[in-house]
Ligand binder design. Structure first.
Ligand code: BEZ
Length: 195
């Protein structure tokens, strides 16, 4: 199920020649930045909403039992809160590799708490990528997350860490919080099951 997006992303030249570029994180980037950055700030983007609609066959699931991770769905009037990182352009090679299962770089405006804005990059997996799973009931999504695990760990851990990070940011997300409630009701605590 891998459509490898690395080559497509490498053709994105919007920020060529820039010494640094803002990257908007709305998923695992909020709680795990495994790359060097110059600065980070809470930020939001307009017109997109966070959804657990992308399949994860390489990080939080497997080819035969994919997990679910977040992507952004277009929604008029929506605001998606996250964390922006100012990085050197070299960091995108690492991110392109990490997010190669369907995510494409998109140029976007991001808004900071002091009222300023900057143009930067966000990774989005659109409905036409091979790993896209799309909408389902929150109970079904929570069930899938409860049972999936991959090389990066249990899918449940990803959901619980994202929910916790959004709480710490002070930016509630009803979709994420409802999935968290359903997951906990299913008895999943995000820890690895004993071997
Ligand atoms: C993020 O955490 O913002 C992110 C989500 C999907 C792909 C790359 C980054």
């Amino acid at each position: 199920m891998s459509l490898n997006t690395i080559a497509i992303n490498q053709q994105m030249n919007r920020f060529d020649g820039h010494a640094s570029v803002w990257l908007f994180g709305y998923g695992s980037l909020i709680f795990k930045a495994d790359f060097p950055f110059i600065e980070r700030r809470p930020a939001f983007i307009r017109g997109w909403t966070r959804r657990f609609w992308q399949g994860s066959h390489d990080h939080r699931g497997t080819e035969t039992a994919p997990g679910r991770v977040v992507t952004l769905a277009p929604l008029e009037g929506a605001v998606c809160h996250g964390m922006a990182y100012l990085v050197t352009p070299e960091e995108f090679a690492h991110l392109d590799h990490r997010e190669k299962n369907g995510y494409l770089r998109l140029a976007t405006d991001m808004h900071f708490e002091d009222g300023t804005t900057a143009e930067g990059i966000v990774y989005i997996a659109t409905h036409d990528n091979a790993a896209y799973l799309g909408p389902a009931s929150e109970l079904d999504i929570a069930r899938q997350i409860a049972s999936a695990r991959g090389p990066s760990g249990p899918n449940s851990e990803y959901l619980l860490r994202l929910a916790q990070a959004l709480r710490e940011l002070g930016k509630p997300d009803e979709h994420v919080f409802e999935l968290e409630r359903q997951l906990i009701a299913l008895g999943s605590n995000g820890m690895s099951a004993p071997a």
